[in-house]
Design a protein around this ligand. Structure first.
Ligand code: HEM
Length: 420
C-alpha cells in the first residue's frame, strides 16, 4: 500500500538506481533515469522478458495472452493485435463512447456525493463490451456485464489473492479453482466468437473482435477460438480498470483545480482538444495508474553503468520518472499547461510502458478518456465533496483514489437559445 512513499525514500537515499530484495520475487533493480529507461525499453526483448513477469495473471488470461508471452510468440500475437488498435481508427468509436458516457452521466444525481471511480468503471466496461467485443444484443450485454463484474470482484478480493500466492498460478489453473466465476464468462465469450465468425455483416463491422476474427497469422491461418478468447480476456483485464482509474483521477484533480476545469470546459465548448489532451497527459503523469513495469533478465546485462545478473528483474519506475524535477519543474503540482509548453518525451512520459511491450490500447485509452471527460465537463459542474486530496491506494495492479474520487455534481446552466 505504501509503494509510492517507499520508492520516494529509496530514490532520496540511493539515487536513480536501487536494488530491493523481495520475498518470493528475488532481486528487483529499480531505474528512473531516462537513459536507463530507454535502454530497458529498446534492448533485445529475448533478454528482457516481460511476459514471464506477468505470470500471476495466467489463471484468468490463459496461455495465449499477449501479456504473458515472450520472444517470437509474443511478437506474433502482438502483430495480429496492433492494426485494430491503430491510432487513426479510434475516431470510429467516438459516437459510441460519447453515447455511453452521456447515458451514464444522465443517471447521476445532482447535489449529493457521488463516487466517480464506480461510475467510470461502468463506462469503461460498457465501452469494452461494445467497442472491443462488439456485443449489441441487450440480453447478451446484461449477462456479460453481470458475469464480468462477478469475475473481477472475485479476482481482486484479498482471499483470492492469497490463494493465488499460496498455490501459484499454474496450480490454481490446474485445479480449476476459478472455474465457478470464470466459466460463465468464458461461455458467453466463446458463444460471441462463434456467432461472429458466421455473421453476414462481418466485413462491415468496426469492433475489435470482428477485426481479430478476420486477422491471419503469417502462415495464413486464422486465430483459434482459444486464442481469441484469451486475447479478449486480456483486453478486458488490461483495459477496463486502468482506464476507469485514470478517468477517476482526472476528475479528482480537476475538481480540486477549478481554474483548469473552467479552461477545459471553455476549450471543449469551442471544439478544441489541445488542453483536453494536456489534462489527460498531466493526469497520467502525476497519478500513473500503473506505477512500475517489470522485465526479467535472461542473461547478465549492463544497465545504467552496472552489470546486472541473469534472473534479476529490472523495474522502470513510472512513478519516479514522472516526478523528476529536472524534467518536470514542481513535479507535485497538477499543471496541464506543462504539456502545452513541452511535448511528452518517449522515455520521460511513460504511463503506458514502452518498447515492444508498450500498451497496445494506449491510443484507445487516450481517446476514450478525452471523449468521456469532454462529455462530463460540458454538461456538469464538479466540486469535491471533501477538500482534502485523495491518496493513491493499491487495487490489484492499479493505484486508485482512496475515497473513490468522490465529488458533487450540478448540471451546467446553459443560456436558453431564443428563436429569432
Ligand atoms: C489509462 C489506461 C491504461 C494504462 C495506464 C495502461 C498501461 C499499460 C502498461 C503500463 C502496460 C505494460 C507496458 C510495458 O510493460 O512496457 C500495458 C500493457 C498492455 N495494455 Fe494497457 N493501459 C491502459 C489501457 C489499456 C486499454 C484500454 C487496453 C485495451 C483495450 C490495453 C491493453 C494492453 C495490452 C494488450 C497490453 C500488453 C502489451 C504487450 O505485452 O505487448 N491497455 N498497459
Amino acid at each position: 500500500v505504501r509503494a509510492p512513499a517507499f520508492m520516494d525514500t529509496c530514490r532520496r537515499r540511493y539515487g536513480d538506481m536501487f536494488t530491493v530484495k523481495l520475498a518470493h520475487e528475488g532481486t528487483w533493480v529499480f531505474v528512473c533515469h531516462p537513459d536507463a529507461v530507454k535502454q530497458v525499453f529498446t534492448s533485445d526483448p529475448n533478454v528482457l522478458h516481460a511476459g514471464e513477469a506477468n505470470v500471476i495473471l495466467l489463471p484468468v488470461l490463459g496461455r495465449n495472452s499477449v501479456l504473458l508471452l515472450d520472444g517470437k510468440p509474443h511478437m506474433a500475437q502482438r502483430k495480429l493485435m496492433l492494426p485494430p488498435f491503430h491510432g487513426e481508427r479510434m475516431q470510429r468509436y467516438e459516437e459510441l463512447i460519447g453515447e455511453i458516457a452521456e447515458t451514464e452521466i444522465e443517471s447521476w444525481p445532482a447535489g449529493s456525493p457521488l463516487q466517480l471511480h464506480r461510475r467510470m468503471q461502468a463506462v469503461t466496461l460498457e465501452v469494452i463490451m461494445r467497442a472491443v467485443f462488439g456485443v449489441r444484443d441487450a440480453d447478451r450485454l446484461s449477462q456479460l456485464r453481470d458475469g464480468i463484474r462477478t469475475l473481477l470482484d472475485y479476482s481482486t478480493n484479498p482471499r483470492a489473492m492469497l490463494l493465488l500466492i499460496a498455490l501459484g498460478p499454474e496450480r490454481l489453473t490446474a485445479k480449476g479453482l476459478l472455474d465457478p466465476v470464470l466459466k460463465p464468462v468464458d461461455e458467453l465469450i466463446f458463444d460471441e466468437i462463434r456467432s461472429r465468425r458466421s455473421a453476414p455483416d462481418l466485413a462491415e463491422r468496426d469492433d475489435i473482435l470482428s477485426l481479430l476474427v478476420q486477422a491471419r497469422h503469417e502462415d495464413g491461418s486464422e486465430m483459434s477460438e482459444q486464442e481469441l478468447r484469451d486475447e479478449l480476456m486480456t483486453l478486458l483485464v488490461a483495459g477496463h480498470e486502468t482506464t476507469a482509474t485514470a478517468l477517476a483521477w482526472a476528475m479528482e484533480r480537476l475538481a480540486r483545480h477549478p481554474g483548469a476545469l473552467d479552461r477545459l470546459r471553455e476549450e471543449v465548448d469551442e471544439g478544441e482538444d489541445e488542453y483536453l489532451d494536456a489534462v489527460v497527459k498531466e493526469t497520467l503523469r502525476l497519478r500513473p495508474v500503473v506505477q512500475i513495469v517489470v522485465r526479467k533478465l535472461k542473461q547478465p546485462m549492463e544497465i545504467g553503468g552496472r552489470l546486472l545478473p541473469a534472473g534479476a528483474s529490472v523495474v522502470p519506475s513510472i512513478y519516479l520518472v514522472h516526478r523528476r524535477e529536472d524534467v518536470y519543474p514542481e513535479p507535485r503540482r497538477f499543471r496541464p499547461e506543462r504539456f502545452l509548453e513541452q511535448p511528452a518525451g518517449t522515455y520521460t512520459w511513460i504511463p503506458f510502458g514502452g518498447g515492444v511491450r508498450r500498451c497496445l490500447g494506449a491510443s484507445f485509452a487516450l481517446f476514450e478518456m478525452k471523449t468521456v471527460l469532454a462529455a462530463i465537463v460540458s454538461s456538469l459542474e464538479v466540486r469535491p465533496s471533501d477538500g482534502r486530496s485523495e491518496r493513491p491506494v493499491r487495487r490489484a495492479i492499479t493505484f486508485a483514489p482512496d475515497r473513490g474520487a468522490e465529488v458533487t455534481v450540478e448540471r451546467v446552466a446553459r443560456p436558453v437559445e431564443v428563436a429569432a
